[in-house]
Structure formats: C-alpha cells, structure tokens
Unconditional design. Structure first.
Length: 242
C-alpha cells in the first residue's frame, strides 16, 4: 500500500511540475510581433491544429495538400459534425487588427474543395471564408460563422475560372469582418459577425480541406498583418447600454 501511495505521489508531482513548466512558457503574440516588423508574419509562430496530408514553406509561400474527407461543419441542415480540417494559426490578444492573405486554388477540382482564411477557437466556435469548388461552371465564394455548435453558411456563386482570391480578416474586440478581393487592393465585405467566444485570446490563420473523396494543393502567399482596416461606424452612435 505504501508503495502504491508513493507511486501516486510521484505521478502527481510529475503532473504538477509539467503544468508549472508549461505556465513558464512565455506567450508570444503573433499580431504584436508582426506589427513590430512592418506587418510581416513570423511563420514560426504558426501552429497546426491538425496536420494536412503535406505542407511546405518556402520564403513567403505556403503550400498545403489536403487529405480526402477533411472538413469543418457543425450540425445545421446536414445534421453532422465535421471537425478535422487542417488549420494553421497564430495566437493574439490584440483587439484591433487586420490580417491579409492571398490564396491560389488552381488545383481544386472536386465538389467542396476549399481553402481560405479562418479563426478556429474550438470545434463549436470558429469563423472561415473561402472559395469552394462546385463544378466546371461555378463555385461558391462564402463564409461560415459557427457559434455554440451551429454553423451558418452564406455564399454567392462566382465563375469557375476564378483561381485566386485575397481575404482580409479584421477584428474589433469580439466582432469580426471578412472581406475578399480579386486584386488585393479593393476589398468587398463578405460577412460581419459577433463571435461569442472571441472576446479574449484568439487563434487565426489559414486552412484548406477536401470534404469528399478528393485532394488538392492550395497555395498561400502575401500574408501580412496591419492596423485594423475595418473602421468604426461613422453613422448612428452606439446605444449607451451596449
């Protein structure tokens, strides 16, 4: 019995020590680091939530090859929960900023093949914007906001010959905006939304996936962080209680 008690104490001591070591690891804010370096994203600060089939980084170019059957979706309409898409993100506690990236999905060829921008907090709370392949005639430019386990998909059809798209993800506290652009200069709003679990520290970045029996390679370039380009509303003033 004494031997068992000693073993338990040793295990508990190891767990406590491990937790203490973890707490001692300094938090590195990806947005703060980028803003202090002219907007340049430090790729070494990006972390995979799940690994893709393959991944390569060369200079400012990231290539991600998807595995079949990878997706992000929660419950709504389809009544299934998919939570295995590879997501590459940085962490931040900054409350006001914008993140820009260019995506090239020339190789997408099967229904729902997609790549784009993402803020993945946990399986029930995330936000993404992308182009999803549909067929040889058109594809879906859209965004999904998932709050408390239910996904909301908003889309518009665009020609199938569009093979690149820029995205701009902006944060104002716990409110978010996703915009898109074909040239990286003029951006159009895709979605404004509130994220219930997006008030404090968040993680955001890029993703690519192939929900059906497909695989393709997505290319991400021109990543940068800027001051928040989603400016405060200049019309009606906020209600005092809000």
């Amino acid at each position: 019995m004494k031997s068992l008690t000693a073993s338990v104490l040793i295990i508990l001591s190891y767990i406590i020590s491990s937790c203490s070591d973890y707490k001692d690891v300094p938090f590195v804010d990806g947005v703060t680091e980028a803003l202090n370096d002219g907007g340049k994203v430090n790729v070494s600060l990006l972390e995979w939530t799940r690994n893709p089939l393959s991944f390569n980084c060369s200079g400012d170019t990231l290539t991600v090859t998807t595995a079949p059957g990878t997706d992000l979706w929660q419950r709504t309409y389809y009544h299934f929960r998919n939570d295995n898409a590879p997501v590459l993100q940085m962490k931040t506690r900054e409350k006001y900023f914008s993140f820009v990236v260019k995506t090239d999905f020339t190789q997408s060829h099967h229904r729902f093949d997609q790549c784009g921008i993402v803020m993945y907090l946990d399986s029930d709370n995330w936000l993404k914007g992308s182009v999803e392949y549909e067929n040889e005639k058109y594809q879906h430019l859209g965004s999904v906001a998932t709050n408390n386990g239910y996904s909301d998909w908003a889309t518009t059809a665009i020609p199938a010959d569009v093979k690149t798209m820029w995205y701009r993800f902006s944060r104002r506290c716990d409110d978010y905006c996703i915009e898109c652009s074909t040239d990286g200069v003029e951006f159009s709003q895709m979605r404004i939304c509130h994220m219930y679990k997006g008030a404090e520290e968040i993680s955001f970045g890029i993703y690519a996936c192939s929900p059906e029996e497909s695989s393709f390679t997505a290319v991400f370039t021109d990543m940068k962080v800027t001051e928040c380009m989603w400016k405060a509303h200049d019309g009606q003033q906020p209600d005092e209680e809000l």
